[in-house]
Design a protein around this ligand. Structure first.
Ligand code: IPM
Ligand code: MG
Length: 368
């Protein structure tokens, strides 16, 4: 059998240091579970800009289009704030999403029991939480034209366009319904149909797909602002939430915080199936590059390690091994291990980024 290929793009800020820990996990699965990956590493974001003057080299883009899965750390940093928009680190990530056509972004928000106390919400509101946000990732206001800053009369005007075609809405809706069938069988679709035509079309299209093919799944609709409120009031009412690119960006940060820390949340961005039947895929933590703590051993590697667990599940059909990895993380946390972002209890000494990685490797070994 040929090895599965994995392109690793550590990126900027804490990206490289959390990725070092993921490499330990990948190596463990290679040595102990016979999962051999053909791993290549390359640059993205500010790191690529520094080396090549572009946030994503064409060669890297080509590699990304030809591997089984891409694993990305994080992009961005204050050093690049004044660059032209087309050169900003974030454009590297957006180009990957667009050219790989990764339209369905899965952002699970799961509250580990050991961390239920750590959320800023009451324990009973978050304990046992397990929801999935499906964010449309390749269209909407992130990519709509016209865009730019123009001059009108004696002042400047900033323009972005929210634009969705029916087929773009259809495919992400299908992906949400399919996921719901394997979970709690409930989808809540969020938009602003009260003020946006694109929201009206979104709602109509989700309804159409539901009636045609998924009438056995429970569907509800919510305005995105009310959805944000409900996520904080009683998040356990949700199973799968499907929403557009911008609302999904915001709602997924909200959902992430319910679980205690942005340092815990993975994501999978999936596209159409490749020749081998698996979807085109990129996995990345929901958190950003956190330049303020980069290089200090303070970053939590769990979001990135959980992103690799999602890769095992969605790209490599290794659900059992993904469970093993998730349970090993759960066990490390339940023994009280905490990185800096998860502190709060006095007297607990935090683990460094690499100590957390080592603890998870040890728990994996114990799981055998
Ligand atoms: C995310 C990030 C990105 C986004 C940035 C880094 C371009 O916030 O993945 O949520 O806005 O999509
Ligand atoms: Mg975001």
């Amino acid at each position: 059998m040929s090895k599965s290929s994995l392109l690793i793009l550590p990126g900027d800020g804490i990206g490289p240091e959390v990725m070092v820990e993921v490499r330990k996990i990948i190596d463990w699965f290679g040595s102990n579970r016979g999962l051999d990956f053909d791993v290549t590493e390359d640059l993205v974001g500010g790191a690529a800009y520094d080396a090549h003057g572009t946030p994503l080299h064409d060669e890297t883009m080509t590699k990304a289009l030809n591997v089984d899965a891409v694993l990305l750390g994080a992009v961005g940093g204050p050093k690049y704030d004044n660059l032209d928009f087309s050169l900003k680190p974030e454009r590297g990530l957006l180009r990957l999403r667009k050219e790989m056509d990764l339209y369905s972004n899965l952002r699970p928000a799961q509250c580990f029991d050991a961390l239920a106390d750590f959320s800023s919400l009451k324990t009973e509101v978050v304990a046992g939480l397990d929801i999935m946000i499906v964010r449309e990732l390749t269209s909407g206001i992130y990519f709509g034209e016209p865009r730019g800053i123009i001059t009108e009369g004696n002042e400047r005007v900033g323009i972005n366009t929210q634009r969705y075609t029916e087929s773009e809405i259809e495919r992400v809706a299908r992906s949400a319904f399919e996921l719901a069938k394997r979970r709690g069988n409930k989808v809540c679709s969020m938009e602003k149909a009260n003020v946006m035509e694109s929201g009206v079309l979104w709602r109509q299209t989700v309804d159409k797909i539901h009636q045609a093919d998924y009438s056995d799944v429970e569907l509800s609709h919510m305005y995105a602002d009310a959805g944000a409120m409900q996520l904080c009031r009683w998040p356990k009412q949700f199973d799968v939430i499907v929403t557009d690119n911008l609302f999904g960006d915001i709602l997924s940060d909200t959902a992430a915080m319910l679980t205690g820390s942005l340092g815990m949340l993975p994501s999978a961005s999936l596209g159409a199936p490749m020749e081998n039947g698996r979807p085109k895929a990129l996995y990345e933590p929901v958190h950003g590059s956190a330049p303020d703590i980069a290089g200090q051993g303070k970053a939590n590697p769990i979001a990135c390690i959980l992103s690799f667990a999602m890769a095992l599940r969605y790209s490599f059909d290794e659900g059992v091994e993904a469970d093993r990895l998730e349970q090993s993380i759960e066990s490390v946390l339940s023994k009280g291990a905490r990185t800096h972002d998860l502190l709060g209890v006095e007297g607990v000494t935090p683990l460094s980024t690499s100590e957390m990685g080592d603890a998870i490797v040890e728990a994996l070994t114990d799981s055998m």
